[in-house]
Ligand binder design. Structure first.
Ligand SMILES: Cc1ncc(COP(=O)(O)O)c(C=O)c1O
Length: 374
């Protein structure tokens, strides 16, 4: 703060440049361009605007503006990000939202209309993107946006083959793929980024929370060099990406990001998340509680689908709230996918620090066990 209290990123500054370099070094080489903002919502907003403006440049004569997202997804509180969000209770007070946003079903194998009865996922839910794009007309679609793991909407990890299938569908239709890794980025799911579980990369990536481990506000939208070039090759200034942000990439936040990423990499915290997360999920499964319909774990992002009976009837919300309170009284903070989808506010979310030790995982299990209905 004493060295550089403020400088706008309409040009550049050393902490911003250094952090962008550190960040892109962790990503596939094609994801080489970073735009800093202040929050996850702004990172998503930036990604959506970038996709629309890019589509106009890459497909002249077409009208590619639609964005396809998923029910239960959360992408942020601003109007564009909220329009991409698939949670009715967060949106209804503010509608009508931005035109051109559509939603398809999420990969919820436990309650899937296509394949809940089969052992594995048939990827019919991924094919819904193909159906939606084809029915809308690919020449009207700019991008697909997905969280590799839906977090706040109930913790749904992408099934095996899902991200690859969606990537293929986007490629086939010339549609950009945005991964919203505001939650999953920086080790949360046991890999540095959620998309590494699948080995496919997005065209645009949104990052926030873990970039500074929340010590200071910062977020980023990362784009491929190919997307960047579509804007930068133009001599006409009005064709550049049309966005500025006064505080985005504040030098102090970037300095916090630099220090944070150094620690994350030095201590390989994603490996701890994978290891202790697997231990924690296994111990939660071993509770064999009739109230826990499913344990959905990947790294240190775990969802507990709470049920009322063996027919998978969701546990009533009031009961889930009581349970959450009891767990808190036992010393552990757990989240809940509160009021996201009608009738399905029944998922407890566990997302402890990436430094969690096994004994602390035991304490989480003990608090939950003690609080469950007998
Ligand atoms: C996946 C995802 N995207 C975007 C956001 C919005 O981020 P912020 O609250 O920093 O605006 C969130 C917030 O939880 C999120 O989980």
């Amino acid at each position: 703060m004493t060295r550089l209290a403020y400088y706008p990123l309409t040009q550049s500054h050393p902490p911003g440049a250094q952090l962008a370099g550190q960040l892109t070094a962790l990503l596939p080489t094609e994801l080489g361009r970073v735009f800093f903002v202040n929050s996850g919502s702004e990172a998503v907003e930036t990604a959506l605007k970038m996709a629309r403006q890019y589509a106009r440049r890459a497909h002249p004569g077409q009208n590619r503006y639609k964005i396809i997202a998923r029910h239960r997804a959360y992408h942020g509180f601003t109007m564009g990000a909220l329009s991409a969000t698939g949670q009715v209770a967060r949106k209804r007070e503010f509608e009508p939202l931005v035109p051109g946003f559509l939603h398809v079903v999420p990969p919820d194998h436990y309650r899937c209309a296509f394949c809940a009865q089969t052992l594995g996922c048939t990827l019919a839910c991924a094919d819904e993107f193909d159906r939606a794009i084809s029915m809308e007309g690919p020449e009207t679609v700019a991008a697909v946006i997905i969280e590799p793991t839906i977090g706040g909407g109930g913790v749904f990890h992408a099934p095996e083959g899902y991200l690859e299938r969606v990537r293929q569908i986007c490629n086939h239709h010339g549609v950009l793929l945005i991964f919203d890794e505001v939650i999953t980025g920086f080790g949360r799911t046991g890999r540095m980024f959620g998309f590494e579980h699948a080995g496919v990369r997005p065209d645009i990536l949104t990052l926030a929370k873990g970039i500074t481990s929340a010590y200071l506000p910062l977020a980023a939208t990362v784009a491929t060099n190919e997307i960047f070039d579509a804007f930068s090759h133009d001599v006409d200034d009005s064709a550049k990406f049309a966005q500025v942000s006064t505080f985005g990439g504040h030098p102090c936040s970037c300095a916090a990001g630099i220090a944070n990423l150094e620690i994350l990499v030095r201590e390989r915290l994603w490996e701890n998340a994978a290891c202790v997360g697997a231990y924690l999920a296994n111990r939660l499964c071993a509770l064999h509680s009739p109230s826990i319909g499913e344990v959905r774990g990947r790294g240190l992002l775990i969802g507990l689908e709470m049920v009322a009976d063996a027919n998978r009837t969701p546990m009533p919300e009031a009961e889930v709230i009581r349970l959450q309170r009891k767990i808190r009284e036992a010393g552990v903070l757990v989240g809940r996918n509160n009021d996201t989808v009608p009738g399905l506010g029944n998922v407890l979310t566990i997302a402890p620090p990436l430094t969690l030790h096994q004994e602390e995982a035991d304490a989480i299990v003990a608090a939950i066990k003690k609080s469950l209905p007998s």
